[in-house]
Design a protein around this ligand. Structure first.
Ligand code: SF4
Length: 235
């Protein structure tokens, strides 16, 4: 499990921001076949708050922009942590806050934006791919909606997962291009070896690195995480 110093980092390139990895009560979904990081959770809200307060105390407002992730969705953070995020962001003059949420929470996003009145919230969706069959039958993401425009409606940004058997140059290119049309920013995560049942496919990763990475590596709207530690948080 990450120690607190691995829970704070600064992203200096592309959309510079600080980032914190907080801990919540745990992902409500837990069924994505490629994921094992939802184990970073604790059912004790007070313990989570104690840890999260410590992590948030490292925020300095270098860029007025803070990304908050928590191995799940923002709605799984305890109330005191949410209040502490607001307090720290007000104190440090942070204007933009990024949160992540599973699509299951889409109907709660409007209220969250209202709760964070005065800040600009950038909601990031764990989408992984627009390919419905692959997303729901292979990755088991739990997004029943098929229409990309409806999926994107409540969200500003999205995560994509590349490097899994079955993905192709065309499927990845389509995800990137459609992602850039429907979201302000996208984040491409290359599949890394973990304890889940999905393993990285070297041939798919090579295809991405040879044919797509050179095109998008300098695109300011595209983050590319070749290792899941590239944002500097996690273990
Ligand atoms: S990817 Fe996100 S939604 Fe899916 S199981 Fe992992 S933490 Fe939960």
């Amino acid at each position: 499990m990450p120690k607190f110093m691995e829970r704070y980092s600064v992203i200096k390139e592309k959309n510079p921001r600080e980032i914190v990895l907080l801990r919540g009560k745990g992902c409500v979904y837990k069924k994505c076949t490629f994921c094992d990081y939802y184990t970073d959770s604790c059912s004790d809200a007070d313990e989570n708050f104690r840890l999260n307060k410590e992590v948030l105390s490292h925020v300095r407002s270098l860029y007025g922009d803070l990304e908050v992730i928590n191995s799940g969705s923002v709605f799984e953070l305890d109330k005191n942590t949410i209040e502490e995020i607001k307090r720290i962001c007000r104190e440090k003059n942070i204007v933009i806050i990024h949160f992540e949420a599973h699509y299951l929470y889409k109907d709660r996003i409007k209220a969250l934006r209202e709760e964070f009145d005065g800040f600009i919230l950038k909601m990031k969706l764990g989408l992984e791919t627009f390919d419905y069959d692959f997303r729901e039958n292979v990755l088991k993401k739990g997004i029943e909606e098929k229409d990309p425009k409806i999926i994107a409606k409540q969200f500003d940004e999205a995560n994509f997962l590349f490097g899994v058997t079955g993905q192709t140059y065309e499927s990845m290119k389509n995800d990137i291009e459609l992602g850039l049309k429907l979201f302000e920013r996208i984040c491409i995560n290359i599949m890394c070896d973990n304890t889940s049942q999905i393993k990285p496919d070297k041939a798919v990763i090579d295809t991405f690195m040879e044919k797509l990475y050179p095109i998008y590596k300098d695109n300011a709207r595209v983050d590319i995480l070749i290792s899941n530690l590239d944002f500097g948080v996690g273990d």
